[in-house]
Design a protein around this ligand. Structure first.
Ligand code: S3P
Length: 203
């Protein structure tokens, strides 16, 4: 996905400089819907000058319909199959920032492929924060079958074991993208996956 000059400028205002990825494997963001995987992933890709890929968008492009429509017309199992296929395909393409749909890392085959071929980061938040970020729950088919907060609380319990298999984890609250990016870039730097590029000396 490419961004307009004005979006790049906006994303840059949330990061403290340019970074270099020290790993040739994709950096994959996992976690529940509303955790900020896409917002942070876009900014991370700009910080690292790497392509940004969103697995939900790839699935929608391939199907030619929205995720809500895929769930409605073909069912969740079919969606998971498409999601697994697009992610395995991205993992073969090398360095990038990949934001995954919330359930992707809970599929054992998808998780195993990510663990083998990429670096994964779990973006975690409380159910209350997730819901406040999601806005309209109608856009997420899994949240339309009952009380969204209860569903998010249950999903977080059910999925925590899978998400905790990610290489790294950051917890984000109701904070600005800038604060969350500082955490994400700091965690990736400490783990030795990225390094900050020194600014050019003033002449
Ligand atoms: C899902 C999360 C959604 C999307 C689909 C299923 C899930 O992605 O893939 O609605 O199972 O948690 P986001 O996490 O990007 O919202």
């Amino acid at each position: 996905m490419s961004f307009s000059a004005s979006l790049i400028k906006k994303f840059r205002s949330d990061i403290d400089g340019d970074y270099r990825c020290l790993d040739t494997r994709p950096l994959v963001l996992v976690g529940l819907m509303g955790s900020g995987k896409s917002a942070l992933g876009k900014r991370l890709s700009v910080a690292l000058s790497l392509p940004f890929i969103d697995s939900d968008i790839l699935v929608e492009e391939e199907a030619g319909i929205s995720i809500a429509e895929i769930f409605e017309l073909a069912g969740e199992a079919r969606f998971r199959e498409m999601e697994r296929r697009v992610i395995l395909n991205v993992l073969e393409q090398g360095s990038c920032v990949l934001s995954t749909g919330g359930g992707a890392f809970c599929n054992p085959e998808t998780r195993a492929a990510i663990k083998e071929n990429a670096r994964s980061i779990w973006i975690d938040s409380t159910p209350e924060t997730l819901l406040s970020r999601i806005g309209n729950p109608a856009s997420r088919p899994l949240l339309t079958t009952g009380d969204p907060l209860e569903i998010l609380t249950r999903l977080r319990q059910e999925r925590a074991a899978a998400y905790s298999e990610a290489d790294l984890c950051i917890r984000t609250g109701k904070q600005s993208h800038r604060t969350a990016m500082r955490k994400l870039l700091g965690t990736l730097s400490e783990a030795g996956h990225i390094e900050r590029l020194l600014p050019h000396p003033a002449r």
